[in-house]
Ligand binder design. Structure first.
Ligand code: S3P
Length: 182
């Protein structure tokens, strides 16, 4: 069998809805690939000196998206990393263009029940606060899934351990490179 393609040559950007495990899977994937891990929301918080919730509350979503764009631009123009993006990043036209131009984009998907359970473990998500999480996520899924589907790679994850998702992502990205080289 031919050698596995080197999938560390380009940033691997994880996209998908809140709670799907972009950060947990991303962190483990980075360790497995010996690549740096970057969490876009954490970088936005560091740049703004406040939490994502506070940015939403004090400046609004439009301003958050502009900051998110600036931060992701800086990250993807740097050395290759595993990048966990916030759930809305790939939906923003300009940020999606950046991600498509500079990274291999991976849409992580899971059943809505799994997302709702995971996304509400911590009360840090402004779009879910005080609302029925499953209803919000299902509305977001309707609008966003056709856009996430523009990602280079699609990986469906289950309730299982994140390391299974890591293996699935590695295999799917290798396949993507094999297809690209064929
Ligand atoms: C958002 C997802 C969040 C965060 C912000 C907005 C969204 O990131 O960027 O609350 O629009 O889906 P996670 O997907 O990491 O929770």
């Amino acid at each position: 069998m031919a050698d596995a393609p080197d999938i560390t040559r380009r940033t691997i950007a994880l996209v998908g809805l809140m709670g799907v495990g972009k950060s947990s899977v991303g962190r483990r994937l980075a360790t497995a690939l010996k690549m740096p891990f970057v969490d876009a929301d954490a970088e936005i918080e560091a740049a703004a000196g406040r939490s994502v919730s506070d940015i939403f509350a004090e400046m609004g979503e439009v301003e958050f998206r502009a900051g998110e764009h600036r931060v992701i631009k800086r990250i993807v123009e740097g050395l290759p990393t595993v990048l966990a993006t916030g759930g809305g990043a790939f939906i923003h036209d300009g940020t999606r263009d950046l991600l498509k131009a500079h990274t291999v984009t991976v849409w992580l998907q899971a059943e809505l029940d799994v997302l709702a359970e995971r996304a509400t473990r911590r009360d840090t998500r402004p779009l879910l606060r005080g609302k029925d999480p499953k209803a919000v996520l299902s509305r977001l899924a309707e609008v966003r899934y056709p856009i996430y589907a523009l990602a280079d790679v699609h990986v469906m994850t289950g309730e299982g351990a994140h390391r299974e998702a890591v293996r699935a992502v590695m295999g799917a990205v290798q396949d993507y490179y094999r297809r690209a080289a064929a």
